[in-house]
Design a protein around this ligand. Structure first.
Ligand SMILES: [Zn+2]
Ligand SMILES: [Zn+2]
Length: 407
């Protein structure tokens, strides 16, 4: 081979190499253009039909209470909690004693206490799961093996979530922005404590977390819980330094309303899981109900907690206050859409009603929820609670559009 031939051959090889490189480059570009992102949003398909808006009943209760089986409590046997709850018209309560005080064995402490029995007052089976990663409340219609959940408290979320699922219980994040906040995955829970105790202002960050969870597609129910630990002492000498709390934060501060199909433990839990729930400052404060008319026929088609597909049509929303509204009071109705402020209205009268319209976008998630501010209805049995709740009277759960039930 001559020098020229060698040079030509080399350049040919080079050209060939370049060609090959160019070919492989263009084939990889081609492969990339054919790439399909498996996480691309798909149509969520048909959603389950919305349950009846009339077949059911409003039940009120408190979902976070500590009895004498929590060692941090004082003057608060179950009998006292039950008697008080009945006296203020509660339909259900969740006594959620700290499981770490009994090494996870709530079944042989709180639940077998002779004072723990469901009659006219429904008593949920539950506990406050008290772990180094924070607190969560459990709720169940029947006794379950809570020890198993206690045993996996330090395991990885995937294991803990599996045990929780197997037990078939409702798990709820407690005081999410407070001390001992829920430090596990929010994918393993059904609800979140957005209103903990009578002290309203400390819940602002909990509401923000709730909005973030809703915005990311987690349809979590917002609920309340007084987290009351202390009862009124039976005699002055039984008073502790915490006894003063009983007059400011006790059963019903706040009160969680659920629209249950049946007056049963399972009825309460199902409503709680589905989000047909609102929270009021106390058992005598007005209850907020939130509905939507999807086809402008004047008939409401869904309520808070419900999820429908948006059709591109105008939706008429209705907010109403029921129960003990103060006849001369003006209530402020704040509408939150997708975590941001949407509108504000003033409402007065015996049964104040506010209506507004909007067109939820098609093919994307959106949600609407309301808060009610105004003067507090008196709660003479827990007089100190009124000032602590400031202007917050009630809040609703969201009405949802295009939420994926298989999130
Ligand atoms: Zn706690
Ligand atoms: Zn607690």
């Amino acid at each position: 081979m001559s020098l020229l031939e060698i040079a030509l051959h080399k350049s040919f090889v080079c050209a060939g190499m370049l060609l090959t490189m160019a070919c492989s480059l263009s084939s990889s570009v081609m492969a990339q253009s054919g790439h399909v992102n498996p996480w691309e949003k798909k149509d969520i398909g048909k959603l389950p039909p919305i349950a009846s808006l009339t077949e059911g009943m409003w039940l009120k209760g408190d979902l976070h209470l500590h009895s004498r089986h929590s060692t941090e409590s004082s003057n608060n046997p179950i009998s006292k909690i039950v008697a008080f709850s009945k006296s203020v018209g509660m339909d259900y309560i969740g006594i959620t004693d700290h499981d770490n005080h009994v090494n996870g064995d709530v079944a042989h402490h709180t639940w077998v206490d002779p004072e723990f029995k469901t009659d006219s007052l429904l008593l949920l089976y539950g506990a406050e799961w008290t772990t180094t990663r924070g607190h969560g409340n459990t709720f169940s219609a029947k006794p379950y093996d809570h020890q198993q959940l206690y045993d996996v408290r330090d395991q990885r979320d995937v294991i803990t979530a599996g045990v929780k699922k197997k037990l078939g219980i409702h798990l709820s994040a407690n005081h999410p922005s407070g001390k001992d906040h829920f430090g596990y995955s929010y994918d393993m829970i059904e609800s979140i404590e957005v209103w903990n105790s009578a002290i309203w202002p400390k819940n602002a960050n909990a509401i923000m977390i709730w909005d973030d969870m809703l915005s990311s597609g987690r349809k979590l129910t917002g609920r309340g819980g007084s987290d009351a630990h202390h009862g009124v002492p039976d005699s002055p000498e039984k008073a502790t330094k915490n006894s003063v709390q009983a007059t400011a934060n006790y059963v019903g501060t706040p009160t969680t309303w659920v629209f249950a199909k049946t007056r049963t433990l399972q009825g309460v839990i199902d409503a709680l899981t589905n989000g047909r729930v609102s929270v009021s400052a106390n058992p005598y404060a007005p209850r907020v109900e939130f509905y939507a008319d999807l086809n402008e026929d004047g008939k409401m088609d869904m309520m808070m907690g419900d999820n429908a597909k948006s059709t591109g049509k105008v939706v008429r929303f209705q907010v109403q206050l029921s129960g003990n509204t103060l006849p001369d009071a003006t209530y402020t109705v704040n509408v939150v859409k997708n975590g941001g402020s949407f509108a504000t209205f003033q409402a007065t009268g015996k049964l104040p009603v506010v209506e507004f319209t909007d067109t939820p976008v098609t093919g994307k998630r959106s949600y609407y929820r309301v808060t009610i501010e105004g003067p507090q209805t008196a709660y003479p049995q827990v007089p100190g609670s009124m000032a602590l709740s400031e202007n917050m009277v009630a809040l609703s759960n969201p009405i949802c559009f295009n939420f994926d039930p298989n999130f």
